[in-house]
Design a protein around this ligand. Structure first.
Ligand code: F6P
Length: 363
């Protein structure tokens, strides 16, 4: 059978285990030899015990766990050619020519570079007699399939990334908890949520929890935002509300591109309205803990599709990424999605926020 390896890379997210489990089980079901690569790309570079064959039962009892049981890392070595050469040797030694990478756009770009360099690297290994002629012939092409594991939902091409739904559940649980204590003390709370440069978690979290105000990077407020904020909060209090909830994305900015921090917002509220105000930074609570049913099933579906994509890949096939499109798990050319994601980042940097939102499309 064909050799498939799976690794998780970059920041973890809930549902990665479901995806890993699906890769292992669908792979074995189709007669492949499936390997775990532990600790992300570092395990690929280091080889040894980091690359182990998976069995059907080795992925039992992991679907409900947060994080990634095979470990993840942000790896410097794999960004260098010697690191990738070492990784290729480790794969060829085990007859692995199919790689599933679960990670963010940086991790998936790394996978694509690896795939492009693969024939050249194998020639180099052959010249150094580190692989045989037979291995060079048999393993001459590397197939790649990515899945996006990230709570941020910041990848173009997919409606949802693996982990976003669980993070949202965590966020609304936290807001609900805060609301009860805010009510008792008639307080205003500012909640900072994750998402890097993407406001998805903040926006959807705010909608789902009936927050009074939200700050997101894609919709920077006018410079006079403090006045608008204060009048909205005052209006809510005058209407009988005992508390206010403001959600701020960690990447929120104003029209000048200057950060709008929870501290800054607090200062505005305290100085102008003299409300009893507290800040809660949700942090990594959003990224840990049990995955939601949606993320478990999303991971399963994407993992299964990733293996199918690899089994059907030919030398002409591009590197793929599995995406959720209108509730279907489909495969898309990886680099087209990465390029679009980079174009969003560029538009944001150039303060072309409408363009960024338009490019991001449904995600
Ligand atoms: O990309 C996921 C994410 O949780 C972001 O929302 C956040 O900005 C970042 O990772 C935090 O990174 P770290 O876990 O390295 O502190």
């Amino acid at each position: 059978g064909k050799g498939i390896a799976v690794l998780t890379s970059g920041g973890d997210s809930q549902g990665m285990n479901a995806a890993t489990r699906a890769v292992v089980r669908v792979g074995i079901y189709l007669g492949c030899k499936v390997y775990f690569i532990k600790e992300g790309y570092q395990g690929l570079v280091d080889g040894g015990d980091n690359i182990v064959e998976a069995s059907w039962s080795s992925v039992s009892g992991i679907i409900h766990k947060g994080g990634t049981v095979i470990g993840s890392a942000r790896c410097k070595d794999f960004t260098t050619r010697p690191g990738r050469i070492s990784g290729a040797q480790n794969l060829v030694d085990r007859g692995i020519t199919n790689l599933v990478v679960i990670g963010g756009d940086g991790s998936l770009t790394g996978a694509n570079i690896f795939r492009q360099e693969w024939p050249g690297i194998l020639d180099e290994l052959l010249a150094q007699k580190k692989i045989t002629e037979e291995q060079r012939g048999k393993y001459g092409h590397l197939n790649i399939c990515g899945m996006v594991g990230s709570i941020d939902n910041d990848f173009c091409g997919t409606d949802m990334t693996i982990g976003t739904d669980s993070a949202l559940h965590r966020i609304i649980d936290c807001v609900d908890a805060i609301v009860s204590t805010a009510y008792s003390h008639q307080r205003t709370f500012i909640l900072e949520v994750m998402g890097r440069h993407c406001g998805y978690l903040a926006l959807v979290g705010a909608l789902a929890s009936e927050a009074d105000y939200v700050f997101i990077p894609e919709w920077p407020p006018e410079i006079g935002w403090p006045t608008k904020l204060c009048s909205k909060l005052t209006q809510e209090r005058e209407a009988g509300q005992r508390l206010n909830i403001i959600i701020v994305a960690e990447g929120a900015i104003d029209r000048n591109g200057d950060p709008i921090s929870a501290e800054k917002i607090k200062q505005v509220v305290v100085d102008n309205l003299h409300q009893d105000t507290r800040i809660t930074v949700l942090g990594h609570v959003q990224r840990g803990g049990s995955p939601s049913a949606f993320d478990r099933v999303l991971g399963c579906r994407m993992g299964a599709e990733a293996v199918m994509a690899l089994m059907e890949a030919t030398v002409e096939s591009p590197a793929y990424v599995v995406s959720l499109d209108g509730n279907q798990a489909i495969r898309l050319p990886l680099m087209a999605c990465v390029e679009k994601t980079k174009a969003v980042a560029k538009a944001m940097e150039e303060k072309q926020w409408d363009l960024a939102v338009q490019l991001r499309g449904r995600s």
